[in-house]
Write a new protein. Structure first.
Length: 365
């Protein structure tokens, strides 16, 4: 029996690896994730799995207005305290994940663009174990150690015609609102990594993923224009377009391999008040509601506490607080604002892992 199970598992991994290889050859560099799925996840996105409200699975699928997932805590907690162990919550029974009960989500805008798929949403996300009053934070496939937040978190989408494993994605979530983007394309100007920039965790949804947020109470699917990469501002000089970039200001400390505390400061001291361009939506189609028949009463803060499936010997702290509520206004035109390119927060905390001699866990990210 054990040998049969091992053979089946090996076959599943081989199929998954073959699928990733085929995907990588048909998409621009940096779009398709490499490696293997996180250890808590199925080998591929699967619809119709058993409902398990204590699951630790961390595979999201972003497919349609009524078929998507987000990360949220396994037990009642703030996003900042649980970012490494968030679990998948889905609108349908899929991916061995937990299921979002009916009535939790009060509005969704599902957007398709030439470079990314994006979902905005409102609801009572305390039902997904996010602590009441928590303005949340940002999740992405990198994190401080390169293992991702959450560790082992993966994202797929089928908006390109078939399921693909996404290398670059980002999610902001609070107790009332979320936004998530999966980057599906790239070119010589805009890489998938820049379109899914993950180092602006204080700026919030309206800055990092600008668009129409006046949809609460509606469930819609729209096409949308492509935004500039988060924090990018175009400048035209002599007919040539270049970009200035904003890097979030951050000060903090980390403990190096000798046990000494080291301070660092990165980013810009001036924070922009607007984005360069707010994309318009078009061809919007509405759906009456979304649901799966699962009542709110069957879930809550009694779920299992997830594990990170990885650890780091480095410790750190900083003065940056996280917020998903957004601190910036939106703009429909270009902003005449210039910011210097500078060392990023992620580069600073990646240094922590390097100094501590911690090897990043090889996951699908």
């Amino acid at each position: 029996m054990m040998q049969r199970f091992a053979s089946s598992a090996a076959l599943a991994l081989a199929i998954a690896a073959s699928s990733v290889s085929a995907q990588s050859s048909t998409f621009p560099e940096g779009v398709i994730a490499s490696g293997t799925m996180g250890t808590t996840n199925p080998a591929q996105p699967t619809l119709g799995t058993t409902v398990n409200q204590t699951s630790d699975a961390r595979l999201l699928s972003l497919n349609s207005v009524d078929d998507w997932c987000i990360f949220a805590p396994p037990e009642n907690n703030t996003i900042g305290e649980s970012e490494a162990i968030e679990v998948a919550w889905c609108t349908k029974a899929r991916n061995n994940a937990r299921v979002i009960p009916d009535g939790v989500i009060t509005g969704v805008s599902f957007l398709k663009t030439d470079f990314y798929v994006q979902i905005y949403g409102y609801g009572d996300l305390t039902q997904l174990n996010i602590a009441p009053g928590d303005y949340g934070g940002e999740l992405d496939p990198h994190g401080a150690t390169g293992a991702g937040n959450p560790v082992g978190g993966n994202v797929t989408t089928n908006v390109t015609g078939s399921d693909i494993n996404i290398a670059e994605w980002m999610q902001f979530v609070s107790y009332t609102q979320f936004c998530i983007r999966a980057c599906t394309n790239a070119n010589s100007s805009y890489s998938a990594a820049s379109m899914c920039e993950h180092k602006l965790d204080e700026m919030g949804c309206t800055f990092v993923m600008p668009g129409n947020y006046n949809f609460n109470g509606t469930f819609e699917t729209c096409d949308a224009d492509v935004a500039y990469p988060p924090g990018w501002y175009p400048e035209v000089t002599g007919g040539t377009t270049s970009y200035s970039t904003f890097a979030q200001y951050f000060t903090g400390t980390y403990t190096d391999s000798s046990g000494a505390t080291v301070s660092y400061t990165v980013g810009d001291t001036v924070t922009p008040t607007t984005v360069a361009f707010t994309p318009a939506s078009s061809n919007c189609q509405t759906t009456a509601t979304i649901g799966n028949g699962l009542a709110v009463a069957t879930t809550g803060s009694s779920g299992s506490s997830g594990s990170s499936n990885g650890s780091s010997g480095a410790s750190g702290s900083g003065s940056s607080s996280r917020s998903a509520s957004g601190s910036s206004a939106s703009s429909t035109g270009n902003a005449a604002v210039s910011f210097k390119a500078s060392t990023s927060y992620h580069d600073g905390v990646t240094l922590v892992a390097l100094i501590s001699g911690i090897a990043a866990i090889v996951l699908l990210h």
